[in-house]
Design a protein around this ligand. Sequence first.
Ligand SMILES: Nc1ncnc2c1ncn2[C@@H]1O[C@H](COP(=O)(O)OP(=O)(O)OP(=O)(O)O)[C@@H](O)[C@H]1O
Ligand SMILES: Nc1ncnc2c1ncn2[C@@H]1O[C@H](COP(=O)(O)OP(=O)(O)OP(=O)(O)O)[C@@H](O)[C@H]1O
Ligand SMILES: [Mg+2]
Ligand SMILES: [Mg+2]
Lengths: 256, 256
Amino acid sequence: MGHIISVSNQKGGVGKTTSAINIAASLAVAGYRTLLVDMDPQGNATSGVGVDARARTHTVYDVLVRGCDFDAVVCPTELERLSVAPSHVDLVGAEVELVTVSGREQRLKQALGQIRSRYDYIFLDCPPSLGLITLNALTAADAVLVPVQCEYFALEGLGQLARTIELVRRQLNPTLDIAGVLLTMTDRRNNLSRQVTDEVRRHFGAKVFETTIPRNITLAEAPSHGRPVLLYNVTSIGAQAYLELAQELVARTTAP
Amino acid sequence: MGHIISVSNQKGGVGKTTSAINIAASLAVAGYRTLLVDMDPQGNATSGVGVDARARTHTVYDVLVRGCDFDAVVCPTELERLSVAPSHVDLVGAEVELVTVSGREQRLKQALGQIRSRYDYIFLDCPPSLGLITLNALTAADAVLVPVQCEYFALEGLGQLARTIELVRRQLNPTLDIAGVLLTMTDRRNNLSRQVTDEVRRHFGAKVFETTIPRNITLAEAPSHGRPVLLYNVTSIGAQAYLELAQELVARTTAP
Ligand SMILES: Nc1ncnc2c1ncn2[C@@H]1O[C@H](COP(=O)(O)OP(=O)(O)OP(=O)(O)O)[C@@H](O)[C@H]1O
Ligand SMILES: Nc1ncnc2c1ncn2[C@@H]1O[C@H](COP(=O)(O)OP(=O)(O)OP(=O)(O)O)[C@@H](O)[C@H]1O
Ligand SMILES: [Mg+2]
Ligand SMILES: [Mg+2]
């Protein structure tokens, strides 16, 4: 039964999309059937795996707002076991369009219910906000993976995110777990990065993944070629870190 | 009459808050009366100038949703001519709370109307989205300052932002101008940064500021001390870049 993992953090630019794409790709090459759902109207996860959202007739917008099936939305990528559900800029308006719809937080959960048995892992790449789109993801997910950039502003937002997860657990999704906290753009050479790393490990303890993702320019270059980093340069530090992380995630999600 | 400048880009982590804080601080030390309005529920601009939002009874939330005056919200900072209007986490709900209110995009414009004559410059730090909060800022502003991180995903979102600015100009704020496009986290040593810089200058031409902001760790460290970078380390590359940018902005906004 597919594990549904929401990749969320309302702080912008912390590595949500980079993590969603590259963990999903790493699992796909390891043999797991994986779906990447792009919930962000910016569509970075869609273009980051080489899919042109403008060429698609149905997107995640149609699933959330029009109630259409994922079957009409999901499309292949260069990796055999990685599929993607593309986003659309119209998602910007979804929050207001759904305001009068009862059960508006459950739309994604219902739609995923029909397809989750076809995948081992489903990743939901969230936009940088705590609005209805992210609430849909947190309601549909079994667990949340939280990327945290090793900088001060990223640290500030963690309290707000933790409260939101607690709220969702109480009102919408009682079994929501934390898959893990992922330290991104780490830099052993600078003090700030070390301070933030220590602070995050102090707060979240064993929830923090052993694997951290160092700042590595290859990770920023790969999306301009429309490919996950392991297809762009598999020997890079960035690609190796995400392959390692994927193994750690599998160990955590299949633990006895 | 105060120039109202919205610092906007729906892409996360591109340097909106860092730019809003440090341009505002640079103008304040140059003798301009400056107000920084924190429109982001994350409250990074508030804490970045050393103000504790939890200690405040009135915030930007009360202005937008309850219609209270800015007088009750604005507070001083360490810099004599820099004031800040703190944000609040409740801003997350403002979009839904205002959905039935007519003229909901004009709330900020009306509130700023009463105080703008007291300042030479007013900066609006926006959250990473194109929802109602950013629409309020674009409706209230004379011009938009667009930080663009020199990376691929940041480039992708520019089209969407340009369309939104055009939409606001047609329906809500006919005189909205572009104050400038600011290249942030530039790195002369890497190809990607140079490619993105060339691409942005090709698209936006003279709108792109001459001054660019290099990646500089001091800019990321200053917020953890609750101070604009010029109070944390005025000789740093980051502080010098923003002082230079502030001068360029003044030249653009007071041009004959
Ligand atoms: N470990 C890394 N090393 C270097 N660059 C990185 C790394 N992770 C991400 N990046 C780059 O940093 C920028 C921000 O990352 P990304 O877009 O994945 O974050 P995000 O949290 O999804 O942003 P948003 O909040 O806008 O959705 C991108 O340009 C990306 O290519
Ligand atoms: N020129 C720079 N050099 C190094 N670090 C920078 C620079 N500009 C910003 N930063 C750091 O990068 C991170 C993102 O910047 P910032 O928070 O200002 O972006 P933002 O666009 O306001 O993000 P959000 O979309 O979450 O509001 C912060 O940790 C900040 O300290
Ligand atoms: Mg993203
Ligand atoms: Mg910000």
